[in-house]
Design a protein around this ligand. Sequence first.
Ligand SMILES: [Mg+2]
Length: 135
Amino acid sequence: MQPSIQHLVREFHVACDLDAPARPAPVSPELAAHRQELLHEEVQELAEAAASGDLEHIAHELADVVYIAYGTAVVHGIDLDAVIREIHRANMSKPGPDGRPARRSDGKVLKGDAYQPPDVAAVLRAQGWAPGGHG
Ligand SMILES: [Mg+2]
């Protein structure tokens, strides 16, 4: 089995001497702002790629956005794979009992009566997060 994306991005951070704490923890305002700038740059590049319609460019910039997002998780000590699994679990509860999702006029899938929201705090606690304690 190939290593997870989380594993790969953490490997990059360790190789480049970037922050990669072992458990969830807050970061400095400077680092938080830096991460936002990096993500913003990649989202802008993705917008340009999307407008161009060039599939290679779109794929590259999509991957850059996701890689940076994972990197931001890494600097916060968050295992994003586990958080994404929890979001997926919640999303899969969106369809109603008939198995059919309700949709907004633009096609977005809406939350049905059976919807179970994600418990991100529980996922972070399982990773060693101590809210109110050491972060
Ligand atoms: Mg890029």
